[in-house]
Design a protein around this ligand. Sequence first.
Ligand SMILES: NC(=O)c1ccc[n+]([C@@H]2O[C@H](COP(=O)([O-])OP(=O)(O)OC[C@H]3O[C@@H](n4cnc5c(N)ncnc54)[C@H](O)[C@@H]3O)[C@@H](O)[C@H]2O)c1
Ligand SMILES: O=c1ccn([C@@H]2O[C@H](COP(=O)(O)OP(=O)(O)O[C@H]3O[C@H](CO)[C@@H](O)[C@H](O)[C@H]3O)[C@@H](O)[C@H]2O)c(=O)[nH]1
Length: 326
Amino acid sequence: MSKAVLVAGGAGYIGAQTCKVLHQSGYIPVTLDSLVTGHEGAVKWGPLIKADLRDREAILKAIETYGITSAIHFAAFSLVGESTRDPAKYYDNNVAAATAFTSALIEGGVKAMVFSSTAATYGTPQSDLIPETHPTQPINPYGASKLAFEQALYWMGQAHGLKHTILRYFNAAGADPDGEIGESHLCETHLIPLMCQAALGKGKPLTVFGTDYDTRDGTPVRDYIHVVDLATAHVAAIERLLNGGDSQIFNVGTGEGLTVLEVIKMAEKVLGIEVPHSFGPRREGDPQALVADVAKIKSMLDWQPKYSDLETLIRTAAHWQKTRPY
Ligand SMILES: NC(=O)c1ccc[n+]([C@@H]2O[C@H](COP(=O)([O-])OP(=O)(O)OC[C@H]3O[C@@H](n4cnc5c(N)ncnc54)[C@H](O)[C@@H]3O)[C@@H](O)[C@H]2O)c1
Ligand SMILES: O=c1ccn([C@@H]2O[C@H](COP(=O)(O)OP(=O)(O)O[C@H]3O[C@H](CO)[C@@H](O)[C@H](O)[C@H]3O)[C@@H](O)[C@H]2O)c(=O)[nH]1
């Protein structure tokens, strides 16, 4: 069994962390990334091939050079707001380029693939906990593009025998506990990094988007999952496929929901500093609550979150924001 895994998007936030955990688990992560939103400095645990998802020749050459038999696909655009303004950009990269990438993998004889999907495929939740069987009715082009590729992958798997695991992440957060890598998006929209930047005086005061939701304190509820726990879920998923496992969809979250104000209060306690914030209107497209039902991944992948308590999420995210080299 080859130990080399092709990681498309390995220079990004979640991809780089997964490369680190792959390396710690005895694999060789081979990153394929155009660096459109990623960072060369985040690729530390294996080679970097600077190429686009559509670069068939580069993909086939990588497969041959490193003896690759499995891949993880992180490379995508993922800004919900931008997707509503420019849906074609999202279908082009997240569906068309992803399909070209997968075709090249199949041509090169790759038999196993893990794909980064999202809770945004579900749309407005119809239950407190969202199981994988929940209806998928995305309410923005980003979620729709991820769902469209899930479906393309299903049919390509049926036609060509490509076994795949779809991981639907809830809210990725936190940073490498060793401080080597972390979240560094040029256009940052996520709560936890923006909150840490505000607290550390490195960014604008935070605006809390909406206080009139039907939740404990009026602010939206999310299921925050530490990036290291996400990374270990990918390694478990690839190992299951390499050991003959069938194609499956898994939620990746904690099963616990936290409001925006609970996150801010914990940050003030953990960091011992005030988070400057004000209250604004709801952000368009934000669902009231998104919390994963994680029974399936816990039983079938034998996976448990270890770093996703709110204190560790905030400590690691804040440490990264204080010291980050990129
Ligand atoms: N961050 C979250 O909370 C979250 C939640 C659910 C799902 N996801 C999914 O996880 C994946 C990774 O997210 P992230 O936050 O690490 O994003 P990121 O922007 O940090 O990483 C994406 C990486 O893919 C690369 N890339 C994009 N398009 C490419 C292309 N056509 N060819 C080659 N490389 C390309 C970028 O340069 C970047 O390094 C995405 O697919 C995203 O949709 C993220
Ligand atoms: O400046 C900010 C930023 C965010 N929020 C709130 O914080 C929560 C979390 O927001 P954010 O960190 O932007 O994440 P989400 O919008 O929930 O989306 C993330 O989580 C989804 C799955 O749950 C993924 O599909 C997306 O890719 C990923 O960005 C939401 O209630 C926002 O309204 C604020 O109040 N102020």
